[in-house]
Design a protein. Structure first.
Length: 258
């Protein structure tokens, strides 16, 4: 009886593994073909050489330190953005004038070019704080808009029924709001966390923040070491995928424990 379900689940797992691997193989194949055709290793090294450099970096003194600091900066600004967006989105739904005041600010923040924001903040802030503030300014409007819509779209009939039966506000939050909003929280966290990490790295590149992935990329670019530049780029991509994977795993665990 359960065999078709098992086969369907196994097929889904296999497809989730196969297609990303196929995409990776295509990217490496295109890279290898372009490197061969261009035939200038100093400008575009072959994938094998760059991957070797990538794995050799694991043993370097400051590799893990730089990665750790960049991830920490990303997590700090993401957590602040998440909490601030959730609180203000909740208040905005309770009191509509709050949302009306915030809406144009959110629009401006979402429309502002990331590089322009980094350069403007660079004139006013110390380097070590700049990446966190810029990441916050980029992540907050995205999270606020998503959280506000999620809270606003909670089933109004359930809310009205809870009012009729005089359900306590805390029980309403736990039983009605959280189950409705949590999937959106996870989905937006997945994309926004990796985006925040990329913005933080971009800030580090432009401002040469010590002990960071961005500064390592900038140093590789300054001496035109394409192996290291591409290897650090691969490291950034891998970290972004890992961060998204952690959020996806958290969502899977939440679903299983409901």
């Amino acid at each position: 009886m359960n065999k078709p379900k098992i086969n369907k689940k196994a097929l889904e797992i296999c497809s989730n593994i196969f297609y990303p691997l196929l995409a990776l193989a295509l990217v490496l194949a295109v890279w290898a073909i372009c490197a061969k055709a261009y035939n200038k290793p100093i400008v575009l090294p072959e994938p094998g050489i760059t991957l070797k450099t990538f794995f050799l970096m694991f043993g370097e003194k400051y590799f893990w330190v730089n990665i750790g600091w960049s991830i920490l900066r990303s997590l700090i600004c993401f957590v602040i953005s998440f909490a601030l967006a959730l609180i203000l989105a909740s208040l905005g739904n309770l009191c509509k004038p709050i949302n009306k005041v915030l809406a144009p600010i959110i629009t401006i923040l979402r429309a502002a070019p990331t590089v322009a924001v980094i350069l403007i903040m660079y004139a006013f802030m110390a380097n070590d704080k700049l990446a966190i503030v810029v990441g916050l300014l980029i992540a907050f409007p995205i999270l606020y808009s998503a959280f506000y819509s999620a809270i606003e779209n909670v089933d109004k009939d359930l809310i009205e029924m809870a009012k009729i039966y005089k359900v306590r506000p805390m029980d309403r939050i736990i039983s009605i709001y959280l189950p409705s909003v949590t999937p959106t929280l996870f989905d937006m966290s997945k994309s926004t966390l990796s985006l925040t990490f990329k913005v933080v790295v971009a800030s580090e590149i432009l401002t040469s923040i010590p002990m960071s992935i961005g500064t390592s990329i900038k140093q590789a670019q300054n001496i035109f070491d394409m192996d290291y530049l591409l290897a650090w780029t691969i490291a950034s991509i891998v970290i972004a995928f890992i961060l998204e994977g952690i959020v996806s795993l958290s969502k899977f665990i939440w679903r299983k424990t409901r």
